[in-house]
Design a binder for this molecule. Structure first.
Ligand code: PMP
Length: 422
């Protein structure tokens, strides 16, 4: 159905009058690629449809949550069914127990967890837990890693912060970051006994896709153990997308604390943090680390998340990785044929793109590749051909299980056309 009354341009104009930049998350404003964002009317499987009736093969997929594709019938049925029984109670439910059982059974070493409402909240809570459990103040993060918009974690953040060329954010006090140490990604830093926790994206996916160098994660594990610091894997993107057990399974390195988001909410707002039973025993009401939430464990979100997880079998991950591999190979061949310098880093189902000769390994090399001016031209070339990529070079490419042969082929064909114009 095609509504003629609204255009993306008219909605963007109205939006800008009442919402900063017209958007509720900065990357969506098209600031780094130019032009007018498409306003979405609906989405279905691999597609989003804008308010002007245009259809796009969607590789944004909400930046990761909709791993089954948009509006998967089982997820929608679960949400519908849950909604008829009320949308929030402020009392515990069976589905909260079920999703915690499901997640802890998949991730080795994850014994207890708490549900929250976003990845930001999950990372923030995990850090409070690590500080409370160790009695230490300092945290270490890596340049180009993004852990949500908590004050102490914005410094040298990837994603939209990097895209806007910001080092952090105004409004964050010096006090809020005086206990944050920033180190270059992919180099094991010096860790001393003042550090409570080392936070890492086990595969960096907010400065484009930058895989961990061999030995990096194992090196962090060793250095943390030597200093009595905790290791936190931020699996908001990798969790339940990379494979059943996440980065710990993939790389054979186990953190002390995890945070999750995106996939586990099946497209509804949900995050989680967790650890061993011993560490989680510090969380109130068992211990003194306070953390709470009116909408935590929301019944729509747990229903959606459980429905999504049910589809995420070993076979599903293999299928998703196979799709990502075909995109990687087909797009790489298109760029090679057109003589365009491009690399598409991939780890299983996780895929990224940089217009450069050699794959970046840290924030500096990622920034040099992301900001060289090619991505915006590629982005708009693809968008013109009905392929929606993230409107920023610092984001990953998110194929879903709904992307079939036809969509993959169409994407590669469009890529070949656009490559010839670069
Ligand atoms: N950590 C990582 C690794 C992320 O990619 C994100 C969001 N892209 C977050 C944390 C924050 O999650 P949210 O946007 O749900 O607050």
């Amino acid at each position: 159905p095609h509504r003629v009354s609204n255009t993306s341009a008219s909605l963007f104009e109205r939006g800008q009058a009442v919402i900063p930049g017209g958007v509720n998350s900065p990357v969506r404003a098209f600031g780094s690629v130019g032009g007018t964002p498409y306003f979405v009317e609906r989405a279905d499987g691999p597609f989003v449809y804008d308010v002007e009736g245009r259809r796009y093969i969607d590789y944004v997929q909400s930046y990761g949550p909709s791993i089954l594709g948009h509006a998967h019938p089982d997820v929608i049925a679960a949400i519908r069914d849950a909604a008829t029984r009320g949308t929030s109670y402020g009392a515990p439910t069976e589905n909260e127990v079920r999703i915690a059982e499901e997640m802890t059974s998949r991730v080795e070493g994850l014994e207890m967890m708490r549900l929250v409402s976003s990845g930001t909240e999950a990372a923030m809570s995990a850090i409070r837990l690590a500080r409370g459990a160790t009695g230490r103040s300092k945290i270490l993060k890596f340049a180009g890693n993004y852990h949500g918009h908590t004050d102490s974690l914005l410094v040298a953040g990837g994603s939209g912060i990097a895209q806007q060329g910001l080092k952090g954010s105004e409004g964050v006090t010096a006090g809020a970051i005086e206990d944050t140490i920033v180190a270059p990604y992919n180099v094991v830093p010096e860790i001393d006994e003042s550090i409570a926790v080392v936070c890492v994206e086990p595969i960096a996916a907010n400065m484009g896709l930058v895989p961990p160098a061999p030995g990096f994660l194992a090196g962090l594990r060793e250095a943390c153990d030597a200093a009595g610091a905790m290791l936190l894997f931020d699996e908001v993107i990798t969790g339940f997308r990379l494979c059943r057990g996440g980065a710990a399974e993939w790389f054979g390195v186990q953190p002390d604390v995890w945070c999750f988001g995106k996939v586990i909410g099946g497209g509804l707002p949900m995050g989680a943090y967790g650890a061993s039973r011993e560490i989680m025993s510090n969380v109130a009401p068992l211990g003194g680390v306070y953390q709470a939430g009116t909408l935590s464990g929301n019944p729509l979100a747990t229903a959606a998340g459980l429905a999504a997880l049910e589809h995420l079998t070993v076979e599903a991950y293999a299928a998703l990785a196979e799709r990502a591999a075909r995109l990687q190979e087909g797009m790489q061949a298109s760029f090679d044929a057109a003589g365009v310098a491009a690399v598409l880093p991939r780890v299983g189902p996780l895929l990224g793109i940089f217009f450069t000769d050699t794959a970046p390994h840290d924030f500096d090399s990622a920034k040099a590749a992301a900001d060289n001016g090619v991505y915006p031209r590629f982005f708009h070339g693809m968008l013109d051909r009905g392929i929606a990529l993230a409107p920023g070079a610092y984001e990953a490419i998110f194929p879903s299980l709904a992307h079939g042969d036809e969509e993959i082929e169409a994407t590669i064909a469009a890529c070949a056309e656009v490559a010839a114009t670069l």
